[in-house]
Write a protein of this length. Structure first.
Length: 584
């Protein structure tokens, strides 16, 4: 009989043309790692082919269903564990170098530092936000700082971020310009580490986590904010910490559920109509504290609390349904949602209230004695201190909702993701031989420019927008929980501003949700790798494309770094960076 031949498949042809790329042929020979302790590899007696393989333990089976095979394999090898720490460390060191080098440049208050650095200073000196005389910046920058007035200033943001700036002033000394920005630099560096680590856990991929963290390390939005003493970096940082704890809670709670459900199943018991309780969710409590600190920096942190509370309940419902709880909806409501509501929201609220301790302790604080001065006004059943506190918050709310004063760099939130109208934090220019202000040196070109422009790397943000669209598609089409996690920060940090487009708002607010844009790009990398797994040629194409795009992003960041960090450059060089008219 003639031998039967078959036409090669495309993958077979690829392997034949490129033998180095061919997948290894599996063998039936057991290695030392495959055998149980005490088994003698020399004994190669033929196994019983009809023997039934041992059943998988119930807990392991449930874990596989709840977490997925990739998550269970993460960190199994020493190499993966090593790179799981070394990779994030390397991108964090890179972030530190880009953020800390010449941090004191320029030697002047930049953009809204005029509010927050001086407010942080008075918090250190008198414990509350003191008012300043007219035009105080020149005196403050020259070292004559104790010129603030003996009365409180009306400020419209909670105190957490300003206290963090004050901590940097205490550590570095207010005479050092870099100390004004030390706190934002530190949280900007730590945020890169968190993104890399949480991305690794989120995608079960060290590479994807390092990609997300690396993009954060070299992007202009992260660099500019880390080098400027504004509040928005702290909103981002504490929201990111809360998100990281929520992700950890997902894995921890599912492991608890698998263990408790397996105990019931193995004992021949029913899971119950609502399923087992999971006990105290410590990561969830930690998330509530972090989110309370985010709100205690700016009220916009409340949107992160709302979105993440919804997500943890949705994840709990999915987990109970997966293990076979018949009444999973009611079980989620009474054993997960209600406990979350009565713990996370009040704990975040108490954290926010505690952040105002300095205001309560100082009678000189703004509106601190309002209740005593207005005995018949406000909420009468509250203690005087809380009545004054509420009145202050009403005034803050009126300010935020009514702010419509035009500004040169205000922008519509519809253009934020594409960075259509970036914010100029600082700009100076002089002719050749002229002395630049703020300790920047002398102009050696025909005309010099010095700029700090809060503009993200265009490739990062344009591709990041596409990656967010991809995440939406994958959530709708494949119900991928990772896409939900990626979108959560953008939903909380960007979408609410669409309701306030009439207000005076700015593109630099994007720092609050920037980590989730970088995670979206890491997610796109994971999807590309997953959908080329087992296809050598396609994987090679994807790898080359990723390397090419990554190299282009690095080059663009190198190109833009001088206008992110106040370097003296020729005026023409600055013009080369103004790719869109709206960037000027």
């Amino acid at each position: 009989m003639a031998p039967v031949t078959t036409a090669p498949t495309p993958d077979d042809t690829d392997a034949a043309e490129h033998p180095d790329d061919a997948a290894p042929v599996p063998t039936s020979v057991a290695t030392e790692a495959d055998v149980a302790p005490g088994f003698d590899p020399v004994d190669v007696s033929v196994p019983d082919v009809d023997a039934t393989p041992p059943a998988e333990p119930t807990e392991q089976r449930l874990l596989r269903d709840l977490l997925g095979e990739r998550a269970l394999r993460l960190g199994l090898t020493a190499q993966d564990r090593l790179w799981g720490w070394l990779g994030p460390l390397l991108v964090t060191v890179l972030a530190a170098a880009l953020r800390l080098w010449d941090l004191g440049r320029p030697h002047t208050l930049v953009f809204d530092e005029t509010y927050y650095v001086k407010q942080g200073y008075t918090l250190l000196q008198v414990g509350y936000d003191a008012a300043w005389p007219d035009e105080p910046n020149a005196s403050f920058e020259a070292g004559n700082r104790d010129i603030f007035l003996d009365r409180a200033d009306y400020v419209v943001h909670p105190p957490v971020g300003k206290w963090m700036i004050a901590l940097g002033l205490r550590l570095g000394g207010p005479d050092n310009t870099w100390a004004w920005r030390l706190a934002t630099a530190v949280v900007g560096i730590l945020a890169v580490w968190i993104v890399a680590r949480v991305g690794r856990r989120l995608f079960s991929s060290t590479l994807a986590g390092v990609v997300a963290g690396g993009l954060f390390a070299i992007d202009g939005v992260g660099i500019v904010h880390a080098r400027t003493g504004l509040l928005d970096s702290f909103v981002m940082f504490w929201a990111l910490v809360g998100f990281a704890f929520v992700v950890l809670d997902r894995f921890d709670s599912r492991r608890r559920l698998a263990r408790r459900a397996a105990e019931l199943i193995d004992a021949g018991k029913d899971l119950g109509r609502w399923g087992p309780s999971l006990g105290i969710r410590w990561y969830r409590l930690a998330a509530a504290v972090a989110l309370g600190l985010s709100i205690g920096t700016k009220w916009s942190g409340a949107y992160f609390l709302a979105v993440l509370c919804v997500i943890v309940v949705l994840w709990d419902a999915s987990a109970r349904r997966t293990v076979g709880v018949t009444g999973w909806a009611n079980g989620t409501l009474w054993k997960d949602a209600v406990p979350a509501a009565v713990t996370m929201v009040p704990l975040a609220g108490l954290t926010y209230l505690a952040s105002w301790t300095g205001w309560f302790l100082n009678q000189g604080s703004y509106k601190r004695t309002w209740a005593a001065d207005h005995p018949g006004e406000g909420i009468q059943w509250l203690p005087d201190s809380l009545r004054s506190f509420v009145e202050y918050h009403v005034q803050m709310w009126d300010f935020h909702t009514g702010l419509t004063t035009p500004h040169t760099y205000q922008s519509s939130p519809w253009g934020w993701l594409l960075q259509l109208r970036p914010t100029s934090f600082y700009y100076r220019s002089v002719e050749r031989g002229g002395e630049l202000p703020d300790g920047l040196g002398t102009c050696a070109y025909e005309k010099c420019s010095v700029a700090i422009t809060s503009l993200g790397n265009p490739l990062v943000w344009w591709l990041g927008t596409a990656a967010l669209v991809l995440a939406v598609v994958w959530v709708v089409w494949r119900k991928d929980w990772r896409g939900v996690a990626v979108l959560s920060g953008v939903v909380a940090g960007w979408m609410p501003w669409l309701l306030y487009a009439h207000r005076t708002i700015f593109t630099f607010y994007t720092i609050a949700f920037a980590p989730w844009v970088y995670l979206a790009l890491g997610y796109a990398v994971v999807l590309a790798l997953e959908h080329t797994e087992g296809h050598r040629r396609r994987r090679r194409v994807v790898r080359n494309v990723l390397l090419g795009v990554g190299a282009a992003i690095v080059l663009v960041s190198v190109f833009f770094y001088p206008i992110w960090t106040a370097k003296v450059v020729p005026f023409e060089f600055w013009q080369w960076h103004m790719w869109l008219k709206s960037w000027i």
